[in-house]
Design a protein around this ligand. Structure first.
Ligand code: 5GP
Ligand code: MG
Length: 182
């Protein structure tokens, strides 16, 4: 693996495809242990989670269903930004839901999604994320299944983008730190 350029930024190798897939298999095994005999509904948060979800689901061998959602954000009339969860068309009341996220940073996004899903009265809700930044997370939503904990650095690849680029990369890269000559 060598460093790459995406737009105006340089990124250096951080997690190999092999390491990522091993973390994904670990998450799938943990989820399987919790849901044996049940039929979980995986709710995948687009766009960043599409590759993680594909590999997670291919490693989940029991009956399950999958649905895809997106957070849409628009300017409200007076009270600033309004967020909406779009794409969830089925009735989830009484279901065992697993929210599938690519990365949890401050936790703002997952908190909003969690609240909107809970409001539809599923039987249970758990969160599975490939990447988690424990140094920045400042919310109370329990994150049950974590692939890898990472420091507070900006990463791309395996679904995650920088200005739309990099989602197709098989490995994960971290933004190159600038030297500040004094
Ligand atoms: P949070 O709301 O937890 O602060 O951030 C969640 C969202 O911010 C993620 O779903 C992702 O879209 C974006 N994000 C957070 N950290 C990173 C990162 O290191 N790289 C990329 N590409 N996106 C990130
Ligand atoms: Mg995400």
């Amino acid at each position: 693996m060598s460093s790459i350029q995406l737009g105006d930024k340089e990124f250096v190798p951080y997690l190999s495809e092999e390491k990522i897939l091993s973390a994904v298999r670990d998450v799938a095994a943990k989820v399987e242990r919790s849901y044996s005999g049940k039929k979980p509904l995986f709710i995948v948060v687009l766009n960043g989670s599409f590759l993680f979800a594909a590999d997670l689901l291919r490693n989940f061998s029991f009956d399950c269903e999958v649905s895809f959602v997106k957070m849409a954000s628009y300017s409200g009339t007076s009270s600033g930004n309004v967020t909406e969860l779009i794409g969830l068309n089925e009735n989830i009341s009484g279901r065992d839901v697993v929210i599938v996220e690519d990365i949890i940073d401050t936790g703002n996004t997952i908190t909003k999604i969690f609240e909107k899903i809970i409001a539809q009265q599923p039987s249970s809700v758990k969160v599975a994320t490939l990447l988690f930044k424990p140094g920045v997370y400042k919310k109370n939503i329990p994150v049950e299944y974590i692939g890898l904990e990472i420091p507070n650095d900006f990463i791309v690849g395996y679904g995650l983008d920088y200005n739309g680029l990099g989602r197709n990369l098989r490995d994960i890269y971290v933004i190159k730190k600038q030297h500040n000559p004094l």
